[in-house]
Design a protein. Structure first.
Length: 226
């Protein structure tokens, strides 16, 4: 099931990049749009805080069209220069802009200007991270997100999505989590993983398991991947 979802995700990526807005009409429903509109109307930048699913960029594109709200995406640059040029050109055509994964200044600048940024921090991190449980397994998780939100004066809105059985996409924007961020970045990372795990359990085949989430292990622990 996950292999099928991953292959479908490659096609959905092309749709996110190249499909005209008219062809996306009617493909998705969104709940909680009022949270996004309230933040934007208040002049605040927004971090749409979610996870890496097989159709993450399509979800961001669908939200952009449904909300008539430009969305920036945080991306990992491709090491192959020609491919990266092609990917970047496609993303800039589809979205308001792209921000490299490690471009903290670019992210903060976009948030300070009131931009809306689709952002996830659920991949394996070897810096500014802590081991917190994800499906009962310690996972190296970025702890810098709360600090980024504070520095960018951004509203953090959980953003979840899934593909239903009718070929439609269900998008959900939640109100900011109560008490998050706190003064404890490790506790905040653990809360994020709990919330993400709850969402993944509903449609586990749609999560991007091809990413080696548990690659980095705590000191003394054996590798989980051969």
């Amino acid at each position: 099931a996950n292999l099928r979802a991953t292959v479908t995700g490659a096609l959905e990526l092309l749709r996110a990049w190249y499909a005209p807005a008219s062809s996306l009409a009617g493909l998705a429903q969104v709940q909680g749009l009022e949270h996004l509109r309230a933040a934007v109307e208040g002049g605040r930048g927004v971090l749409l805080f979610g996870g890496h699913f097989t159709h993450s960029e399509l979800a961001a594109r669908l939200l952009q069209e449904l909300a008539s709200q430009p969305v920036h995406v945080v991306v990992r640059r491709n090491n192959h220069r020609c491919l990266e040029a092609m990917f970047d050109r496609a993303r800039r055509r589809a979205f308001a802009g792209t921000i490299a994964k490690k471009d903290v200044r670019g992210l903060l600048r976009t948030l300070a200007q009131g931009g809306v940024v689709a952002y996830s921090a659920d991949q394996n991190f070897t810096y500014q991270s802590a081991f917190v449980p994800f499906f009962g397994v310690p996972a190296a998780t970025l702890t810098a997100t709360p600090d980024l939100a504070r520095r960018g004066r951004a509203v953090v809105l959980p953003f979840w999505f899934h593909r239903d059985g009718q070929g439609q996409y269900q998008l959900r924007i939640e109100a900011p989590w109560q008490g998050w961020p706190s003064e404890d970045p490790v506790a905040d990372a653990a809360r994020y993983m709990r919330e993400l795990e709850h969402v993944v359990r509903q449609h586990p085949e749609q999560y991007l398991w091809v990413h080696r989430r548990f690659k980095t292990r705590p000191p003394g622990e054996a590798p989980l991947y051969s």
